[in-house]
Structures are given as C-alpha cells and as structure tokens.
Design a protein around this ligand. Structure first.
Ligand code: ADP
Length: 267
C-alpha cells in the first residue's frame, strides 16, 4: 500500500510538472507570436512612407519637364512623408525604451499634479484653439504624488492630444483630477467622435487605429495609447476607456499616490 501511495504521489508530481511545462511553453509561444506581430507591424509602418517617397521621387524623375507647381506639390508631399517617418521612429524609440526592464530608469519625484496638469493644458491650448476645442480643467482636490515627471507628462499629453484630435468643431475636453487616501484619479473626457464598441478593447494595442485615414490626417502613428498605457503601468496604475460613438470618450487613470518599487524591480 505504501508503494502504491508513493507511486501515486510521484505520478501526481509528474503530472503537475508537465502541466507547468505546458503552461510555460504556451506563454513563450504567445510572447513569440506577439513579438513577431510587432516586428511585422513595425516593418509595414516604416515602409509605407518610404514607398510613398519612392513613388513621388520616381514620378518627378520620369518627367522630361516638371511644371513648378507640380514640383512644389510633390516636394511638399515628400516632406510630409519624411515627417511621418520621423514621428514613427521617435514613437517607436520611446516605446522600446519603456519596456519592463526600464523600470529601474524611473526617475520618481514628488510632483504637484495640479500644477503639472495646468502646464500640460497650457502647452496644448494653441493646438486646441486651432481645432476650436475648449480645454477645461476641473480640480476636485490638491494632489501631490510620486511620479516620473517626464513620463507622466507624456502619458497625459497623449490622452489630451487625442481628445483634441478626435473631437468635433466647437467641442470640449474636460480633465478632472481627484484623489483619496491611496490613489489619484485623472479623467480625460471629450465631446468627440467616440470609439466603436468593437474597437475599444484594442485601442491600447501598438499601431491600432479605428480610422487609419483620420489618424494619418492628424499626424497619428497608432503608438500614443500604447506608450500611455506603458507609462501608467510603470507607475503601478491602471487605465480604462469608455466611449459612446458620436457622443464622446472618457479615459480614466488611477495611480497610487506613493510609488513603492516592486520586489522584482529593485536592483
Ligand atoms: P494615434 O496616433 O492614431 O492617435 P493612439 O494610440 O493615440 O494612436 O490611438 C489609437 C486610436 O484610438 C486612434 O487612432 C483613434 O482611432 C482612437 N482614439 C484614441 N483616443 C481617442 C479619443 N479621445 N476619441 C476617439 N478616438 C480615439
């Protein structure tokens, strides 16, 4: 009987081990697949402007004589594509620098969040004005919290910029700040075009765009929200989006007031 028990224990241990191995393999496979997808998306996104530049340059070169107006138009298009390529590369570098191993590069300091949000809105006011969008700041509480000022500011800027970019004429963007004893909360609500229900689960994915043409028109790369989510997670926070197409979108962020490095992040 003892023998039987030992065999049973050994069997159960082996089967547990085999389950754990299978689980690890599945996880590795998923990581590998998502890496492959990322690389293939990156190549595609980087190649698109280059292809346009190639076509524009080739057509200019193939003409015996180029009317000056046409020349100017094509050169302006080439210049736009160069800007676009630059923006993609710069967003990609930001994203790559922010992978999980970059936790140790968090430059945490005590920041007055009210002042920081006021500053972000001040910087974005000219852009909002151009689109005839009103920027409103509603501070429910004074908040001081531990954040990496540069990264935090980038994350919030992306949200407010999007709220302006995907808005309607004479629309508004309302940024609200609140806190309790443990967290602070930022809400960025807009009166914009909204996000269809079947897209809302994907908007934080790298390169995902609801409407490629519109994103392109406003200089988007599809990386902004991926960067924002990374930053919020690096602060051990969470971000969520709710939207009603045709009415508007609200992004909600929750971040701990005190930054406590997690065990695996200490080095
Ligand atoms: P992009 O560079 O295209 O703006 P983001 O990663 O910042 O990329 O956003 C991904 C997509 O999510 C956008 O292309 C847009 O379709 C949608 N989106 C983001 N913010 C908003 C918003 N406030 N209102 C409506 N759509 C939004």
């Amino acid at each position: 009987d003892l023998d039987a028990d030992i065999t049973e224990d050994a069997y159960s241990e082996t089967s547990q081990l085999s389950l754990a191995v299978q689980k690890s393999l599945r996880r590795l496979k998923a990581v590998d697949q998502s890496r492959q997808e990322f690389v293939s998306n990156v190549s595609h996104e980087l190649k698109t402007p280059i292809t346009s530049i190639r076509v524009l340059a080739d057509s200019l070169m193939s003409m015996e004589e180029v009317p000056v107006e046409l020349y100017r138009e094509f050169m302006a298009d080439i210049s736009d594509e160069v800007d676009r390529e630059n923006q993609i590369i710069s967003d990609l570098l930001t994203l790559v620098k922010m992978d999980k191993s970059a936790q140790s590069q968090m430059n945490i300091m005590q920041v007055n969040i009210n002042e920081e949000l006021e500053l972000i809105l001040k910087r974005l006011r000219p852009i909002a004005k151009r689109s005839n969008v009103e920027l409103i700041f509603e501070s429910i509480r004074e908040v001081t919290a531990d954040v990496d000022r540069v990264k935090f500011s980038l994350a919030v800027t992306n949200l407010v910029e999007n709220a302006v970019k995907y808005n309607v004429d004479s629309g508004w963007v309302r940024v609200t700040l609140d806190a309790d004893h443990k967290y602070f909360y930022i809400r960025v609500a807009d009166s914009g075009i909204g996000i269809p229900q079947d897209c809302i689960d994907h908007i934080f994915e790298r390169f995902f765009r609801v409407d490629k043409a519109r994103s392109r028109e406003v200089g988007g790369t599809g990386l902004g929200l991926a960067i924002t989510k990374n930053v919020i997670q690096m602060h051990h926070g969470i971000i969520d989006a709710e939207s009603a197409p045709g009415e508007g979108t609200t992004f909600s962020v929750r971040i701990p007031l005190n930054y406590v490095p997690r065990q695996e992040e200490k080095s």
